[in-house]
Design a protein around this ligand. Structure first.
Ligand SMILES: NC(=O)C1=CN([C@@H]2O[C@H](COP(=O)(O)OP(=O)(O)OC[C@H]3O[C@@H](n4cnc5c(N)ncnc54)[C@H](OP(=O)(O)O)[C@@H]3O)[C@@H](O)[C@H]2O)C=CC1
Ligand SMILES: CC(=O)N[C@@H](CCC(=O)OP(=O)(O)O)C(=O)O
Length: 345
């Protein structure tokens, strides 16, 4: 299998390379850049010195069509919208890590991403790639939208109680935190060391582009879902997302019964680990891995449940999940090249 990565010089791209260069079914990994051509990849990433002899290639669509079986787009929003349609007449399977193809309603995309949406033909062919909810569809996909980092943690944290109508659909509040690598490799004032170190900042208040993605996925599980409250915070760490989720219970449930429900719901999902009673996951416990760990506790005083879901934004939130989808799309075991322990401490 020959794979290509466009955006290989970014954080999502180099994480894809880390996994795919050790994947047993990948014979060749070709790396593309729109800004650095014909130079060794290890010039951009010296930590790959002696490990990679790859030379960055120019993005030539016709050449990719001839040489690549699966193409990963680890590119900023707006790039896939232009590139993906050019592959519709080919056999190349596309896995897009950006938000360009995730929303089925083009008006929602244009509202939240503030740019024109891809054409309908592309949206219709695209499968949303959260394997814990739609594995069979993913197996048949040729065009795949890899979920966003916050939506991955939030949807996995909520799916069992939403689908089983255990919570009041209008009561969902998501308080999410992310490490700085979620903003990509480009330098900006918001991610500058002096702005992030010893600091915590809320951002995109009520305006985060992941809100419609979470609502779209939850609505597919339960048509009573309306608008959710969802906010994000930037905190001084490199990797990791924690979504702390609050919702009101329709009836009284014990923590134990909800944990059992989650364990059943995710019994066939190798990358979701439901924690024991009174054990809550931290981001370090999934660092560098493709796991999503979930803990929860019922608050009997308020009739609400607190659910905590953690992921590594570059793994289960991006590259790891993209390879999980790659495995399913190509008939490999879902865990191939991905089932390893987090880096700890
Ligand atoms: N970082 C994260 O945790 C997550 C990111 N994502 C999404 O994944 C995508 C990649 O994110 P991330 O790796 O963090 O971003 P980065 O900014 O780190 O990297 C993006 C790469 O895209 C390439 N690029 C930029 N413009 C173009 C263009 N016009 N055509 C082709 N390539 C281009 C650049 O490489 P070059 O200049 O060499 O072409 C750059 O290295 C984004 O859409 C992001 O929203 C999703 C989930 C989590
Ligand atoms: C820290 C930080 O800025 N994180 C980004 C993550 C977004 C992302 O990954 O973009 P997609 O829309 O392609 O999923 C954010 O909150 O917007």
């Amino acid at each position: 299998m020959k794979v290509g990565i466009i955006g290989a010089t970014g954080y999502g791209g180099v994480e894809l390379y880390r996994i795919l260069s050790n994947h047993p079914h990948v014979e060749e990994c070709i790396l593309y850049s729109s800004s650095e051509m014909d130079v060794p990849y290890s010039n951009t990433f010296p930590h790959l010195h002696d490990l990679s002899d790859h030379i960055l290639k120019n993005i030539d669509v016709e050449d990719i069509k001839k040489n690549i079986h699966v193409l990963f787009l680890a590119t900023p929003p707006g790039v896939s919208r232009n590139l993906t349609p050019q592959f519709l007449d080919s056999d190349v399977k596309i896995i897009d890590l950006s938000g360009d193809l995730r929303l089925k309603d083009r008006n929602e995309y244009e509202h939240w991403y503030k740019r024109p949406c891809v054409e309908d033909e592309v949206l219709e062919k695209t499968v949303y790639g959260l394997s814990e909810l739609n594995k069979e569809e993913i197996k048949k996909a040729t065009l795949l939208a890899n979920p966003g980092c916050f939506p991955t943690a939030t949807i996995l944290g909520l799916a069992p109680v939403v689908q089983n109508r255990i919570i009041h659909e209008q009561s969902i509040i998501v308080d999410a935190k992310t490490g700085v690598s979620g903003a990509g490799r480009n330098i900006s004032q918001a991610t500058h060391f002096s702005e992030t170190n010893e600091n915590i900042k809320i951002y995109k208040v009520h305006e985060h582009q992941h809100i419609p993605e979470v609502e779209q996925a939850l609505f597919a599980l339960n048509d009573g879902i309306t608008a959710i409250s969802f906010n994000t915070h930037l905190i001084p760490m490199t990797r990791g997302i924690m979504a702390t989720i609050y919702a009101s219970l329709q009836e009284s449930y014990t923590t134990e019964s909800l944990l059992d429900l989650y364990k059943d719901f995710y019994a066939a999902s190798p990358f979701v680990r439901v924690r024991k009673q009174d054990e809550f996951p931290s981001t370090k416990e999934v660092y560098g891995s493709n796991f999503c760990d979930i803990g929860l506790k019922v608050d009997e005083r308020t009739g609400r449940v607190t659910i905590v879901a953690v992921i590594d934004n570059l793994m289960k939130g991006a590259a790891g999940q993209a390879v999980q989808n790659f495995n399913l799309m190509n008939g490999y075991e879902e865990t191939t090249g991905l089932y390893f322990a987090p880096i700890y401490p």
